[in-house]
Design a protein around this ligand. Structure first.
Ligand code: UDX
Length: 460
């Protein structure tokens, strides 16, 4: 099919590149000329494993072209589908900023010259598809050449760092549709991307829009749930890793998204939780559980940061703190709402020296904090320069580090916000190691376990 994708951000580029992979003819419309120039050469303005190869392949096979002008593209081409993949960032009150969405829909209403299916893929408030249908119908009614436009809501569930996989092998495709034409087009379009046709779900507009928020709120709830439990585990000398396994093997619960840590970040969970609460307010629904998910997440970050300050007391003012991990999660350079920002801000507020390393995100932090944060090229270079190491993102190269390397940290002290290591392993190297929900190794307990471990290793 011939398809226009409006917006060359995370969502638009992944959508366009993956549809092109299946042989569709894609025009990606992006108003930023610099971005288009870079994309033409296959340079992606962000880190997303595998995406630049998909874009380069699509350009080479002439399945992907770019345009800067949506109106002109609509006049020139007769695409069957138009995807709106523009950003809907948070407003201060938690509502989504819909400026870009309405601008795109108005342009479509004024310049689309033939029948087409207009699909909103961005995360938008409930009711947007219905409003879009009305806006387009009103604009078309004013024209001499009436055309018929169908509208659909088709939210995405792509994770940064695995977006290509998540699109090419979708668990499900959610389609908010209210016409037979839309149904046929979406079934045909998405059949190659799901295991079974029944994973292409049809529902009304509002259900599709709310499903997106529900999915992110559910995932964030699991994280805040296990994080709240981790605090009790620490207090009660339980090990959250065992609790995670103990509940995760229950088929009704499942093991995923139950990793305790310093808290969730990213451009979606915080934004979508705020938006869902704001939507609840609009419909006079309290959304008390969803509200609590955010409160617990903020507390989790704060209590982790407090543990660093509490350990040192006023001495921290003379310390240099090392940070491994700046991105909000591994395999991305994205630092939006990353817990590392809360830590850096807290340290800078007290003029505490910081040395940081991240495999992908250092440039973004440098742009934000200028010379207030020092950086190193390799993670090991940081260790002898700092008094304590704080781990905020569980990059594989951190997990693979030999605990021996940590013995050159001046205070032999590690605060691990992502439970990358086995506490006993590190304590065997005479390191002081704090993590999340696993500080079960109280002195009396761990001496015995260390002794047992040493005997076990000796008899190997
Ligand atoms: C999320 C949703 O997963 C995706 O479906 C949606 O389309 C967009 O938002 P993303 O924000 O890219 O994707 O990252 P995700 O992998 O979900 O992680 C979000 C945050 O949760 C990260 O900060 C991560 O560190 C944290 N997390 C994740 C945990 O703390 N524990 C977990 O078990 C899983």
């Amino acid at each position: 099919m011939k398809i226009i994708v409006v917006g060359a951000g995370y969502l638009g580029l992944v959508t366009g590149a993956c549809l092109a992979k299946k042989g569709h003819q894609i025009t990606i419309v992006e108003r930023d000329q610099k971005k288009i120039a870079a994309l033409q050469e296959g340079r992606i303005p962000f880190y997303e494993p595998g995406l630049n190869q998909y874009v380069i392949d699509g350009i080479k096979k002439n399945f992907i072209t770019f345009s800067q002008d949506l109106a002109q593209t609509l006049h020139k081409q007769n695409d069957e589908i138009i995807f709106s993949c523009v950003g809907t960032p948070s407003l201060p009150n938690g509502d989504a900023d819909m400026t870009a969405v309405w601008s795109v829909m108005t342009t479509i209403g004024k310049h689309l010259m033939h029948d087409a299916l207009v699909i909103n893929k961005s995360t938008v408030p409930i009711g947007t598809a219905r409003k879009t249908k009305k806006l387009l119908d009103d604009l078309i009614a004013k024209r001499t050449n009436p055309i018929s436009i169908n509208v659909a809501s088709n939210p995405e569930f792509l994770r940064e760092g695995s977006a290509i996989h998540d699109f090419m092998e979708s668990d499900r495709v959610v389609c908010g549709i209210e016409s037979e034409e839309a149904r046929e087009i979406l079934l045909k379009l998405y059949r190659p991307f799901v295991k079974k046709e029944e994973h292409i779900l049809e529902m009304n507009f509002e259900s599709a829009e709310l499903t997106k928020y529900a999915a992110n709120a559910m995932l964030a709830t699991r994280i805040s749930f296990i994080n709240e439990l981790s605090r009790l585990a620490d207090a009660a000398h339980a090990d959250i890793k065992h609790i995670q396994k103990g509940i995760g093997l229950d088929s009704r619960i499942g093991p995923d998204f139950l990793n305790p840590g310093v808290g969730y970040g990213g451009s979606c969970f915080p934004k979508d939780i705020d938006a869902l609460v704001a939507t609840g307010t609009a419909y006079k629904e309290e959304m008390s559980l969803v509200r609590q998910v955010k409160i617990i997440n903020e507390q989790q970050k704060q209590s982790f940061i407090d543990s660093i300050f509490n350990y040192y007391g006023d001495d921290i003012l003379h310390k240099t703190i090392g940070i491994w991990g700046l991105s909000f999660k591994p395999n991305t350079d994205d630092i939006r709402c990353a817990p590392s920002l809360d830590l850096i801000n807290a340290l800078i507020d007290e003029d505490i020296k910081i040395v940081a390393y991240d495999p992908a995100a250092m440039m973004h932090i440098k742009n934000l904090y200028k010379d207030k944060v020092k950086f190193v090229k390799h993670r090991q270079d940081l260790l002898p320069q700092v008094d304590a190491l704080v781990i905020m993102t569980e990059w594989q190269e951190f997990i693979d580090t030999n605990p021996e390397d940590f013995t050159c940290i001046k205070d032999r002290l590690i605060f691990d916000g992502r439970n990358c290591f086995d506490p006993i392993e590190l304590q065997m190297h005479n390191l002081t190691y704090f993590c999340v929900g696993r500080n079960v190794y109280s002195p009396k307990w761990h001496e015995k376990s260390i002794q047992k471990r040493v005997e076990y290793l000796e008899q190997l």
